[in-house]
Design a protein around this ligand. Structure first.
Ligand code: BGC
Length: 371
């Protein structure tokens, strides 16, 4: 239980109102972002580094809502989709933009799993399946924020026993750290009071030319994976794993997203929306993906301890209006979500997502930027 409790103990300082506003490059700034449906204030927090990167997060869904990255030409762009206000986050236009997704990110078939003799029925919010924790997942709750240093903000939340059908009370801490090496580090820890399944991820939509730019189809993607989890028409894995060689999903060398996304346009996923098996040992931090934008020449590599990576080319974006009045068109962003494979509770051959009392769930992901 210890490590989570230790971390929580370090995080008692509420940020809003306590932080210096005078030295923005030296200290975390914060303020009121808006109000939750309950009327409670939602706060924003800002992380900066001395190379010009700025990350802004808020405690509705432990969400990253701005990520400003310089370019070689000296221009700074905000490379993640999001909204300027709570109205956007609470609206149907919000497709999990930048949130912490869970308790189970991705899909569980028919919202059902068993642990021992106990069967559980979860909320089925993505007919007929369960998606991203249900109708009121971790993206739609107020997290408690705290500081664990000047370069890091942590959010904690306790999901009650029975939440969206899941067993066990689960205590979660997710922290965002921005380093001087231009790395956004996201770390997770969680514990449960009863056996349950847990699969957390970060759900930013990236466009390295800047959020609201046309499409990401010319972005080049390299995956450190040679197998994926084929799915049925409701995007649930068949249980097999298949080689990406010879499919539109072969990104073993840097390849524009266009070919794969267009080849899969008439599939159920409407494009790329697949989970890849990251090479190397689960639990070790290793490279999962490299994303490069030939226009801005910004790049991002993704490193993770997780076994899988969901690549989603924004196929369900429909032209909603985001930050600064910009339009978020079909395929104008890509999500690179580090996680376990979809529907793992129902596939014994997949790495397990079972979390038992006394165990600590840990997950470490890094988004490393260069320009
Ligand atoms: C899933 C998509 C889903 C999207 C919702 C992604 O993580 O892979 O299938 O539509 O989240 O925003």
């Amino acid at each position: 239980m210890s490590s989570l409790r230790t971390l929580s103990t370090l995080l008692l300082l509420p940020l809003a109102g306590c932080l210096s506003m005078e030295e923005p490059t030296q200290s975390i700034r914060s303020g009121v972002f808006g109000q939750a449906p309950s009327g409670e204030d939602i706060h924003w927090y800002e992380l900066r580094n001395s190379n010009g990167m700025i990350a802004r997060v808020h405690n509705w869904g432990a969400t990253l809502y701005e990520l400003h990255i310089p370019s070689a030409g000296g221009r700074i762009a905000d490379v993640v989709l999001g909204f300027d206000d709570m109205e956007g986050y609470l609206s149907g236009d919000n497709q999990y933009f930048g949130c912490t997704a869970g308790r189970y990110a991705n899909r569980i078939a028919n919202g059902r799993f068993s642990i021992g003799d106990n069967e559980y029925q979860l909320a089925t919010n993505n007919d007929p399946n369960h998606l991203h924790g249900g109708a009121r997942g971790l993206d739609k709750v107020i997290w408690s924020a705290a500081s664990s240093g000047m370069d890091s903000v942590s959010f904690s939340y306790t999901s009650p026993d029975g939440d969206e059908g899941y067993p066990g009370e689960v205590s979660i801490v997710v922290s965002y750290t921005l380093t001087e090496a231009d790395v956004l580090v996201i770390e997770y820890e969680a514990e449960t009071t009863a056996p349950t399944h847990l699969n957390l991820t970060h759900h930013s939509y990236f466009n390295l030319s800047g959020a609201g730019s046309d499409t990401v189809l010319d972005h080049e993607l390299q995956l450190f994976a040679s197998r994926y989890t084929p799915t049925d028409d409701t995007l649930i894995p068949t249980g097999e794993t298949g080689p990406i060689s010879g499919t539109p999903l072969d990104f073993r060398t840097p390849t524009a997203l266009r070919g794969g996304a267009e080849a899969l346009a008439s599939s159920a996923a409407l494009g790329i929306d697949h989970n890849f098996l990251i090479e190397g040992a689960q639990g070790a931090l290793r490279t999962a993906a490299y994303l490069h934008d030939p226009v801005s020449r910004r790049s991002m590599t993704v490193h993770t301890t997780e076994p899988g990576l969901q690549v989603y080319t924004g196929n369900f974006l429909f032209g909603q209006t985001g930050k600064g009045g910009k339009t978020y068109a079909h395929r104008s962003a890509v999500c690179l979500e580090t996680q376990h494979y979809p529907d793992s509770p129902n596939h014994l051959g997949f790495p397990t997502t079972l979390l038992l009392p006394g165990e600590t769930y840990t997950h470490h992901t890094e988004y490393r930027f260069a320009w």
